[in-house]
Design a protein around this ligand. Sequence first.
Ligand code: GTP
Ligand code: MG
Length: 206
Amino acid sequence: MAKTYDYLFKLLLIGDSGVGKTCVLFRFSEDAFNSTFISTIGIDFKIRTIELEGKKIKLQIWDTAGQERFRTITTAYYRGAMGIMLVYDITNEKSFYNIRTWIRNIEEHASNDVEKMILGNKCDMNDRRQVSKEKGEALAVEYGVKFLETSAKASINVEEGFISLARDIKAKMDRKLEASNPSNRTAHQLKNEPSKKSRKWSCALL
Ligand code: GTP
Ligand code: MG
């Protein structure tokens, strides 16, 4: 069967229970919202194909349960992720402080070069805000990752978030592919590469 996409990216959503991970994903995949809270059991996933720079990108997005009792199951999915969305709720300060714990989990269980992004969800509830936008931005700067405030309910920045993460993964992948294909190397890179002989020597020295 013909492949219907050029790239397959595996993404993961993590964060405390109730921050809105499932709703953010539902907004992105179905463009809909549900206000009844049905806490995720274990893990679930949705698929959406987007187009970037003329290429079809299939996004396989894993939605994890935030509840502690599912931690063993959910951390098993970190390893295969190419991008991770860390989600907190702007009306819940604890979920924001826990982002540090979630980042530590990533450092422990995910691949080293996984792309990360922080989302401060429920930004439609400004009257109940406990975490300022500046605080969210500062945390993202500290970890060197991108940041957006989103609302799954009011459909704010959800699309932008996933597309930005996919774009960063694609750019990283394209750079890696380019570096590994000798015909793509520039004359400058080729000139500065060690000759076969010196390569042999450096191997012998290792
Ligand atoms: P777990 O599956 O337990 O980890 O929780 P979750 O992070 O998946 O939370 P979920 O998406 O189920 O949302 C929790 C509650 O927050 C639900 O009642 C949602 O309707 C509500 N909610 C989610 N996103 C938003 C949002 O952007 N704005 C508002 N006002 N409510 C939201
Ligand atoms: Mg959920």
